[in-house]
Design a protein around this ligand. Sequence first.
Ligand code: BGC
Length: 460
Amino acid sequence: MNDTPHQSHYRYAVSLSLVAALGGLLFGYDTAVISGAIGFLRIHFQLSAAEMGWAASSALVGCIVGAGIAGVLSDYAGRRKAMLIAAVLFAASALWSAAAPDVGQFAAARILGGIGVGMASMLSPLYIAEVSPAAIRGRLVSYNQLAIVGGILVVYFVNYFIEGLGSESWNVELGWRWMVGSETLPALVFFFLLLNVPESPRWLLKRGREGEAGTILRRIGGHTHAEREVVAIQQALRVEAASLTQLFGPGMRVAFAIGLVLAILQQVTGINVFMYYAPEIFKQLGSGTSSALLQTIIVGTFNMTFTVVAILTVDRLGRKPLMMIGAAGMGVSLFAISAAAFSGDPGLWVLIFILTYIASFAMSLGPVVWVVISEIFPTRIRGRAMGIATLALWAANYIVSQTFPMLNEQSWLVERFHHAFPFWLYGAMCIVTVFFVWRFVPETKGKSLEDIEHLWEAAE
Ligand code: BGC
């Protein structure tokens, strides 16, 4: 009897996951493209500091909205249709922002793209989790994180290449338009590949479409796997109440709180301060000799390499050990960065500690938080619950990115802490993370999504 899904079936789940992970690539591409364009855009539209901030951060507002609507949309219309809509938003935003005649339209176009990012940021891991056999689910959802980081790195190179095509005045006039417009290509690839992937079998069963779901599950894991899954999913769907109030019902409160807190902790431990402000931090902390681009590429490369460590270990070591080791490493690195900053002579150490921080994040909270929030909610409410957790993640991201420059430049904090204060704060959050994961997060490695649902019933 063929009880474990066969290698060739894994291949099918892997290929579906790779298509969905393009959503992650666009997430990374879209959030990072602005870094290359913003300087030229500022000169072109003669922007004040506040207008420039808005041109850069307007997309984040869209992300919050996108995360907010993606859950409901994907529960009603399906995971695949919602991803198709995100792909259309990416392409429309790329073309519109490239052609924008003024900064108002540019920001509006970026908000539209941000809605796509917010949607894709939850839909891709959600879809991957729902089509993956339990044994490799962590690995496949982590592909999405690799794609996010890959998208960030690719767009840095694309920006660098476009910038090299012409003079400063050409870049001010047209270069930035090509940068933001270049996203049309991956968006169209995402759209057309999505046309060839099936809907999530779990969503189909929720809709009573057993035949279609069975066919897909058989391709994913063979006959025995499909039969067992159909029964388990249907059973799980039967006991779940349909409404969102279920989120706060007994058994579910715990899952919901864990998802929400993990999503927020992924952000308040400071990752995007480094993603968005790395060159500024390098300059300010004294290691400003090498070019911003080179440092950014080193950071991006570390981020990718250590994501691979998570991919290789998340289904063997488990989610909990990775998150605890990683968050501890992030905390130690942050306290070391604070100490170096406080000493007033940070030098090369800062670069080293930033890299150990990035490596620790990449092998833990980066991918694993997305893995956990894509798998811990019951099927019937998974879309909405994950949508709310993702919304909290983007809102926390917005607050951290918005307050970092303020904390970093507040004169009495600078006098007392020499720019070390924000890093202490994020370091303290790492301690909270280690404790929280150790105490509250259950290990979900190797369990089917339906087994995980049973965990919550036992929890209350
Ligand atoms: C986070 C993003 C972050 C990215 C960087 C993702 O897991 O959700 O906020 O920019 O990792 O690698």
